[in-house]
Ligand binder design. Structure first.
Ligand code: KIV
Ligand code: ZN
Length: 390
Protein backbone atom coordinates (compact mmCIF):
# COMPACT_ATOMS: atom_id res chain seq x y z
CA UNK A 1 0.00 0.00 0.00
CA UNK A 2 1.13 3.49 -0.88
CA UNK A 3 2.55 5.35 2.15
CA UNK A 4 0.15 8.25 1.67
CA UNK A 5 -2.98 6.16 1.40
CA UNK A 6 -5.40 6.61 4.30
CA UNK A 7 -7.73 3.68 4.90
CA UNK A 8 -11.34 4.57 5.60
CA UNK A 9 -12.80 2.35 8.33
CA UNK A 10 -16.55 2.86 8.45
CA UNK A 11 -18.27 2.14 11.75
CA UNK A 12 -21.76 3.41 10.85
CA UNK A 13 -23.16 -0.06 11.49
CA UNK A 14 -21.45 -0.44 14.88
CA UNK A 15 -20.57 2.83 16.69
CA UNK A 16 -23.09 4.70 14.49
CA UNK A 17 -25.85 2.30 15.34
CA UNK A 18 -25.28 2.94 19.05
CA UNK A 19 -27.35 6.11 18.64
CA UNK A 20 -30.50 5.76 20.75
CA UNK A 21 -33.51 4.91 18.61
CA UNK A 22 -31.52 4.23 15.44
CA UNK A 23 -31.68 0.48 15.43
CA UNK A 24 -31.44 -1.17 12.01
CA UNK A 25 -32.59 -4.63 11.01
CA UNK A 26 -30.41 -7.09 9.10
CA UNK A 27 -31.74 -6.36 5.55
CA UNK A 28 -31.24 -2.63 6.18
CA UNK A 29 -27.69 -3.27 7.39
CA UNK A 30 -26.93 -5.34 4.30
CA UNK A 31 -28.32 -2.58 2.08
CA UNK A 32 -26.11 0.02 3.78
CA UNK A 33 -23.05 -2.27 3.75
CA UNK A 34 -23.42 -2.72 -0.03
CA UNK A 35 -23.58 1.04 -0.49
CA UNK A 36 -20.51 1.49 1.71
CA UNK A 37 -18.70 -0.99 -0.52
CA UNK A 38 -19.75 1.01 -3.61
CA UNK A 39 -18.61 4.18 -1.85
CA UNK A 40 -15.13 2.69 -1.57
CA UNK A 41 -14.64 2.22 2.16
CA UNK A 42 -11.72 -0.06 3.01
CA UNK A 43 -13.13 -1.58 6.20
CA UNK A 44 -16.74 -2.07 7.33
CA UNK A 45 -17.22 -2.55 11.04
CA UNK A 46 -20.35 -4.64 10.71
CA UNK A 47 -21.31 -4.95 14.36
CA UNK A 48 -20.58 -6.25 17.83
CA UNK A 49 -21.52 -9.95 17.46
CA UNK A 50 -21.76 -10.89 21.15
CA UNK A 51 -24.08 -7.97 21.89
CA UNK A 52 -27.27 -9.60 20.52
CA UNK A 53 -28.39 -12.46 18.25
CA UNK A 54 -29.56 -9.82 15.75
CA UNK A 55 -26.16 -8.18 15.60
CA UNK A 56 -24.47 -11.57 15.27
CA UNK A 57 -26.73 -12.40 12.32
CA UNK A 58 -26.04 -9.02 10.69
CA UNK A 59 -22.28 -9.60 10.83
CA UNK A 60 -22.75 -13.07 9.28
CA UNK A 61 -24.95 -11.71 6.47
CA UNK A 62 -22.76 -8.69 5.74
CA UNK A 63 -19.76 -11.05 5.56
CA UNK A 64 -21.59 -12.98 2.85
CA UNK A 65 -22.73 -9.91 0.96
CA UNK A 66 -19.64 -7.76 0.54
CA UNK A 67 -16.44 -8.89 -1.12
CA UNK A 68 -14.08 -5.95 -1.50
CA UNK A 69 -13.79 -4.35 1.99
CA UNK A 70 -12.43 -5.99 5.10
CA UNK A 71 -15.35 -6.95 7.37
CA UNK A 72 -14.67 -6.28 11.01
CA UNK A 73 -16.44 -7.42 14.18
CA UNK A 74 -16.01 -5.75 17.55
CA UNK A 75 -15.34 -7.64 20.76
CA UNK A 76 -14.28 -6.77 24.26
CA UNK A 77 -10.99 -8.33 25.34
CA UNK A 78 -12.92 -11.32 26.61
CA UNK A 79 -12.46 -14.85 25.24
CA UNK A 80 -16.15 -15.54 24.67
CA UNK A 81 -16.59 -12.19 22.83
CA UNK A 82 -13.60 -12.88 20.62
CA UNK A 83 -14.77 -16.40 19.77
CA UNK A 84 -18.26 -15.12 18.95
CA UNK A 85 -16.80 -12.43 16.68
CA UNK A 86 -14.66 -15.06 14.92
CA UNK A 87 -17.73 -17.26 14.44
CA UNK A 88 -19.79 -14.36 13.02
CA UNK A 89 -17.00 -13.51 10.58
CA UNK A 90 -16.58 -17.06 9.25
CA UNK A 91 -17.94 -16.19 5.77
CA UNK A 92 -15.95 -12.98 5.38
CA UNK A 93 -13.41 -12.94 2.56
CA UNK A 94 -11.23 -10.58 4.59
CA UNK A 95 -12.17 -10.91 8.29
CA UNK A 96 -10.84 -8.67 11.05
CA UNK A 97 -11.42 -8.96 14.79
CA UNK A 98 -11.37 -5.63 16.64
CA UNK A 99 -10.61 -6.29 20.28
CA UNK A 100 -9.19 -4.33 23.16
CA UNK A 101 -9.51 -2.84 26.59
CA UNK A 102 -9.72 0.50 28.42
CA UNK A 103 -6.28 1.90 29.22
CA UNK A 104 -6.90 5.24 30.95
CA UNK A 105 -6.50 5.35 34.73
CA UNK A 106 -10.20 6.04 35.08
CA UNK A 107 -11.14 2.93 33.06
CA UNK A 108 -8.57 0.80 34.86
CA UNK A 109 -9.71 1.95 38.30
CA UNK A 110 -13.48 2.25 37.90
CA UNK A 111 -14.39 -0.13 35.07
CA UNK A 112 -11.93 -2.94 35.68
CA UNK A 113 -10.99 -2.33 39.33
CA UNK A 114 -7.56 -3.43 38.21
CA UNK A 115 -4.07 -2.03 37.77
CA UNK A 116 -1.86 -1.00 34.86
CA UNK A 117 0.28 -4.16 34.85
CA UNK A 118 -2.71 -6.49 34.71
CA UNK A 119 -4.32 -4.45 31.91
CA UNK A 120 -1.09 -4.71 29.93
CA UNK A 121 -1.19 -8.51 30.17
CA UNK A 122 -4.90 -8.54 29.43
CA UNK A 123 -4.37 -6.54 26.22
CA UNK A 124 -1.74 -9.00 25.00
CA UNK A 125 -3.88 -12.01 25.93
CA UNK A 126 -6.87 -10.62 24.02
CA UNK A 127 -4.85 -10.04 20.85
CA UNK A 128 -3.15 -13.44 21.10
CA UNK A 129 -6.53 -15.13 21.50
CA UNK A 130 -8.03 -13.30 18.48
CA UNK A 131 -4.95 -14.23 16.48
CA UNK A 132 -5.89 -17.91 16.81
CA UNK A 133 -8.90 -17.25 14.56
CA UNK A 134 -7.89 -14.52 12.11
CA UNK A 135 -4.68 -13.04 10.78
CA UNK A 136 -5.95 -9.45 10.89
CA UNK A 137 -6.41 -8.26 14.49
CA UNK A 138 -7.05 -4.65 15.39
CA UNK A 139 -6.35 -3.68 18.98
CA UNK A 140 -8.17 -0.75 20.60
CA UNK A 141 -6.87 1.05 23.68
CA UNK A 142 -10.17 2.49 24.82
CA UNK A 143 -9.91 6.06 26.17
CA UNK A 144 -6.40 6.35 24.73
CA UNK A 145 -7.12 10.07 24.45
CA UNK A 146 -6.91 10.32 28.25
CA UNK A 147 -4.25 7.64 28.69
CA UNK A 148 -0.80 8.82 29.68
CA UNK A 149 1.47 8.46 26.62
CA UNK A 150 4.27 6.43 28.24
CA UNK A 151 1.90 3.78 29.53
CA UNK A 152 -0.05 3.78 26.24
CA UNK A 153 3.21 3.10 24.40
CA UNK A 154 3.83 0.05 26.60
CA UNK A 155 0.31 -1.27 25.92
CA UNK A 156 0.77 -0.76 22.17
CA UNK A 157 4.12 -2.56 22.26
CA UNK A 158 2.52 -5.52 24.04
CA UNK A 159 -0.33 -5.63 21.50
CA UNK A 160 2.11 -5.60 18.58
CA UNK A 161 4.19 -8.38 20.14
CA UNK A 162 0.99 -10.42 20.54
CA UNK A 163 0.26 -10.03 16.81
CA UNK A 164 -1.88 -6.90 16.33
CA UNK A 165 -1.91 -5.65 12.74
CA UNK A 166 -3.70 -2.37 13.49
CA UNK A 167 -3.50 -0.16 16.60
CA UNK A 168 -6.61 1.87 17.28
CA UNK A 169 -5.97 4.93 19.49
CA UNK A 170 -9.50 6.10 20.36
CA UNK A 171 -10.29 9.49 21.78
CA UNK A 172 -13.32 7.79 23.28
CA UNK A 173 -14.60 10.81 25.18
CA UNK A 174 -13.80 13.41 22.51
CA UNK A 175 -11.59 15.26 24.97
CA UNK A 176 -8.32 15.83 23.09
CA UNK A 177 -7.30 18.98 21.28
CA UNK A 178 -6.02 18.46 17.72
CA UNK A 179 -2.37 19.27 18.53
CA UNK A 180 -2.49 17.00 21.58
CA UNK A 181 -4.01 14.07 19.68
CA UNK A 182 -1.56 14.53 16.79
CA UNK A 183 1.33 14.63 19.28
CA UNK A 184 0.06 11.40 20.86
CA UNK A 185 0.19 9.64 17.49
CA UNK A 186 3.67 11.01 16.87
CA UNK A 187 4.82 9.95 20.34
CA UNK A 188 3.67 6.39 19.65
CA UNK A 189 5.37 6.35 16.26
CA UNK A 190 8.61 7.52 17.84
CA UNK A 191 8.54 5.32 20.92
CA UNK A 192 6.85 1.99 20.21
CA UNK A 193 9.18 -0.72 18.87
CA UNK A 194 7.72 -2.42 15.79
CA UNK A 195 5.07 0.25 15.18
CA UNK A 196 6.35 0.78 11.64
CA UNK A 197 4.94 -2.66 10.78
CA UNK A 198 1.36 -1.92 11.84
CA UNK A 199 -1.29 0.62 10.87
CA UNK A 200 -2.15 3.33 13.37
CA UNK A 201 -5.86 4.14 13.44
CA UNK A 202 -7.64 7.31 14.62
CA UNK A 203 -11.04 6.84 16.25
CA UNK A 204 -12.39 10.18 17.47
CA UNK A 205 -15.60 11.19 19.17
CA UNK A 206 -17.19 14.57 18.78
CA UNK A 207 -18.04 15.68 22.31
CA UNK A 208 -16.29 19.02 21.79
CA UNK A 209 -16.91 19.18 18.04
CA UNK A 210 -13.27 18.23 17.35
CA UNK A 211 -13.59 14.70 15.94
CA UNK A 212 -12.81 15.67 12.35
CA UNK A 213 -9.98 18.05 13.30
CA UNK A 214 -8.45 15.41 15.56
CA UNK A 215 -8.65 12.73 12.87
CA UNK A 216 -6.93 14.99 10.36
CA UNK A 217 -4.28 15.87 12.92
CA UNK A 218 -3.73 12.12 13.43
CA UNK A 219 -3.14 11.41 9.74
CA UNK A 220 -0.85 14.44 9.51
CA UNK A 221 1.18 12.73 12.21
CA UNK A 222 1.34 9.29 10.66
CA UNK A 223 -1.96 7.51 11.35
CA UNK A 224 -3.09 5.70 8.20
CA UNK A 225 -6.63 4.67 9.06
CA UNK A 226 -9.55 6.86 10.09
CA UNK A 227 -12.58 5.35 11.84
CA UNK A 228 -15.68 7.31 10.96
CA UNK A 229 -19.39 7.17 10.23
CA UNK A 230 -21.76 8.48 7.59
CA UNK A 231 -23.23 11.80 8.77
CA UNK A 232 -20.93 11.61 11.82
CA UNK A 233 -23.51 9.61 13.76
CA UNK A 234 -22.51 7.67 16.88
CA UNK A 235 -22.46 7.53 20.68
CA UNK A 236 -23.40 10.86 22.33
CA UNK A 237 -22.24 13.69 20.03
CA UNK A 238 -21.15 11.20 17.41
CA UNK A 239 -18.01 10.04 15.63
CA UNK A 240 -15.78 11.59 12.98
CA UNK A 241 -17.84 12.21 9.87
CA UNK A 242 -16.70 10.14 6.87
CA UNK A 243 -17.74 12.73 4.31
CA UNK A 244 -15.77 15.46 6.07
CA UNK A 245 -12.45 13.62 6.34
CA UNK A 246 -12.73 12.24 2.80
CA UNK A 247 -13.33 15.71 1.35
CA UNK A 248 -10.69 17.44 3.49
CA UNK A 249 -8.07 15.07 2.05
CA UNK A 250 -9.39 15.68 -1.46
CA UNK A 251 -9.64 19.48 -1.18
CA UNK A 252 -6.20 19.93 0.35
CA UNK A 253 -3.59 18.46 -1.99
CA UNK A 254 -0.88 19.88 0.26
CA UNK A 255 -1.69 17.15 2.79
CA UNK A 256 -0.63 14.65 0.11
CA UNK A 257 -3.02 12.04 1.50
CA UNK A 258 -5.28 9.87 -0.61
CA UNK A 259 -8.34 7.73 0.02
CA UNK A 260 -10.51 5.49 -2.14
CA UNK A 261 -13.85 7.21 -1.50
CA UNK A 262 -16.01 7.83 -4.57
CA UNK A 263 -17.12 11.28 -3.43
CA UNK A 264 -20.07 11.43 -5.87
CA UNK A 265 -21.83 8.86 -3.71
CA UNK A 266 -21.46 10.84 -0.48
CA UNK A 267 -24.84 12.57 -0.63
CA UNK A 268 -26.83 9.54 -1.84
CA UNK A 269 -25.30 7.34 0.90
CA UNK A 270 -25.89 10.06 3.50
CA UNK A 271 -29.59 10.18 2.54
CA UNK A 272 -29.88 6.39 2.66
CA UNK A 273 -28.39 6.22 6.17
CA UNK A 274 -30.50 9.14 7.41
CA UNK A 275 -33.69 7.54 6.07
CA UNK A 276 -33.02 4.02 7.30
CA UNK A 277 -31.96 5.24 10.75
CA UNK A 278 -34.72 7.82 10.96
CA UNK A 279 -32.09 10.36 11.97
CA UNK A 280 -32.22 13.64 10.11
CA UNK A 281 -29.00 15.36 9.07
CA UNK A 282 -28.66 18.88 10.49
CA UNK A 283 -29.24 21.32 7.59
CA UNK A 284 -25.91 23.11 8.09
CA UNK A 285 -23.88 19.87 8.20
CA UNK A 286 -20.75 20.12 6.04
CA UNK A 287 -20.91 18.28 2.67
CA UNK A 288 -24.27 16.54 3.20
CA UNK A 289 -26.56 19.06 4.93
CA UNK A 290 -29.39 20.50 2.80
CA UNK A 291 -27.83 23.96 3.19
CA UNK A 292 -24.27 22.88 2.37
CA UNK A 293 -24.70 24.28 -1.17
CA UNK A 294 -27.51 26.80 -0.56
CA UNK A 295 -26.86 30.53 -0.80
CA UNK A 296 -29.32 32.93 0.69
CA UNK A 297 -27.78 36.34 1.30
CA UNK A 298 -27.70 38.86 -1.53
CA UNK A 299 -23.94 39.39 -1.44
CA UNK A 300 -23.18 35.67 -1.64
CA UNK A 301 -25.81 35.02 -4.28
CA UNK A 302 -24.50 37.77 -6.51
CA UNK A 303 -20.98 36.28 -6.22
CA UNK A 304 -22.05 32.69 -6.88
CA UNK A 305 -24.18 33.70 -9.89
CA UNK A 306 -21.13 35.48 -11.37
CA UNK A 307 -18.77 32.63 -10.51
CA UNK A 308 -19.44 29.63 -8.27
CA UNK A 309 -15.91 29.70 -6.86
CA UNK A 310 -16.50 32.98 -5.04
CA UNK A 311 -18.35 31.20 -2.25
CA UNK A 312 -18.04 27.47 -2.97
CA UNK A 313 -14.90 25.46 -2.31
CA UNK A 314 -16.42 22.21 -3.59
CA UNK A 315 -18.23 21.63 -6.86
CA UNK A 316 -21.57 20.18 -5.65
CA UNK A 317 -21.47 17.58 -8.44
CA UNK A 318 -18.32 16.16 -6.88
CA UNK A 319 -20.26 15.13 -3.79
CA UNK A 320 -23.41 14.02 -5.58
CA UNK A 321 -25.48 17.22 -5.39
CA UNK A 322 -26.91 18.26 -8.78
CA UNK A 323 -26.50 22.00 -8.32
CA UNK A 324 -26.17 24.75 -5.74
CA UNK A 325 -29.36 26.41 -4.57
CA UNK A 326 -30.12 30.09 -4.73
CA UNK A 327 -32.65 30.45 -1.94
CA UNK A 328 -34.89 33.51 -2.07
CA UNK A 329 -35.42 35.25 1.26
CA UNK A 330 -35.71 38.85 2.43
CA UNK A 331 -31.89 38.88 2.47
CA UNK A 332 -31.70 38.17 -1.27
CA UNK A 333 -30.85 40.78 -3.86
CA UNK A 334 -32.00 41.60 -7.38
CA UNK A 335 -29.40 39.32 -8.99
CA UNK A 336 -30.80 36.26 -7.21
CA UNK A 337 -34.40 37.18 -8.03
CA UNK A 338 -33.56 37.74 -11.71
CA UNK A 339 -31.63 34.44 -11.75
CA UNK A 340 -34.50 32.42 -10.30
CA UNK A 341 -37.09 34.20 -12.46
CA UNK A 342 -34.98 33.41 -15.52
CA UNK A 343 -34.82 29.74 -14.50
CA UNK A 344 -38.61 29.54 -14.63
CA UNK A 345 -38.84 31.37 -17.93
CA UNK A 346 -38.89 35.14 -17.34
CA UNK A 347 -36.43 37.59 -18.86
CA UNK A 348 -37.03 40.72 -16.81
CA UNK A 349 -35.77 44.09 -18.00
CA UNK A 350 -34.05 46.34 -15.47
CA UNK A 351 -37.24 48.37 -14.97
CA UNK A 352 -39.38 45.27 -14.59
CA UNK A 353 -36.93 43.78 -12.13
CA UNK A 354 -37.04 46.94 -9.97
CA UNK A 355 -40.79 46.74 -9.82
CA UNK A 356 -40.89 43.01 -9.10
CA UNK A 357 -38.13 43.27 -6.51
CA UNK A 358 -40.06 45.85 -4.51
CA UNK A 359 -43.10 43.53 -4.29
CA UNK A 360 -40.84 40.53 -3.71
CA UNK A 361 -39.39 42.14 -0.56
CA UNK A 362 -42.85 42.67 0.91
CA UNK A 363 -43.64 38.99 0.36
CA UNK A 364 -40.24 37.84 1.61
CA UNK A 365 -40.62 39.77 4.86
CA UNK A 366 -43.74 37.74 5.59
CA UNK A 367 -42.75 34.34 4.19
CA UNK A 368 -39.56 32.53 5.25
CA UNK A 369 -38.72 31.51 1.70
CA UNK A 370 -40.03 32.54 -1.71
CA UNK A 371 -40.70 29.57 -3.96
CA UNK A 372 -41.12 29.36 -7.75
CA UNK A 373 -44.93 29.51 -7.53
CA UNK A 374 -44.62 32.71 -5.45
CA UNK A 375 -42.44 34.27 -8.17
CA UNK A 376 -45.19 33.71 -10.75
CA UNK A 377 -47.66 35.44 -8.43
CA UNK A 378 -45.31 38.34 -7.65
CA UNK A 379 -44.63 38.95 -11.33
CA UNK A 380 -48.36 38.93 -12.07
CA UNK A 381 -48.94 41.30 -9.13
CA UNK A 382 -46.35 43.66 -10.65
CA UNK A 383 -48.60 43.76 -13.72
CA UNK A 384 -45.96 42.22 -15.93
CA UNK A 385 -47.48 40.12 -18.58
CA UNK A 386 -44.39 38.55 -19.98
CA UNK A 387 -44.41 35.40 -22.03
CA UNK A 388 -42.44 32.70 -20.32
CA UNK A 389 -39.74 31.33 -22.57
CA UNK A 390 -39.98 27.75 -21.41
O1 KIV B 1 -14.83 4.96 21.24
C1 KIV B 1 -14.25 3.90 21.46
O2 KIV B 1 -13.28 3.82 22.23
C2 KIV B 1 -14.73 2.71 20.77
C3 KIV B 1 -13.93 1.45 20.92
C4 KIV B 1 -14.78 0.34 21.37
C5 KIV B 1 -13.19 1.17 19.67
O3 KIV B 1 -15.71 2.77 20.07
ZN1 ZN C 1 -16.19 4.86 19.56
Amino acid sequence: MDDNHVLIFDTTLRDGEQVPGCKLNTPQKIEIARQLEALGVDVIEAGFPISSPGDFKSVVEISKNVTEPIVCGLSRGVKKDIETAAEALRFAKRPRIHTGIGTSDSHIKYKFKSNRERILEWAAEAVAHAKKFVEDVEFYAEDAGRTENEYLARVCEAAIKAGATVLNIPDTTGYCLPDEYGAKIKYLRDNVPGIENVIISAHCHNDLGLATANSISAVMNGARQIECTINGIGERAGNTSLEEVAMIMKQHPRLNLQNRINSRLLNPVSRLVAERMGMLVQPNKAIVGTNAFAHSSGIHQDGVIKNRETYEIIDPLEVGVDESMIVLTARSGRAALAFRAHKIGYNLTKLELDKVYHIFLNHADIKKEIMDEDIHEIIAEAGINQHQEV
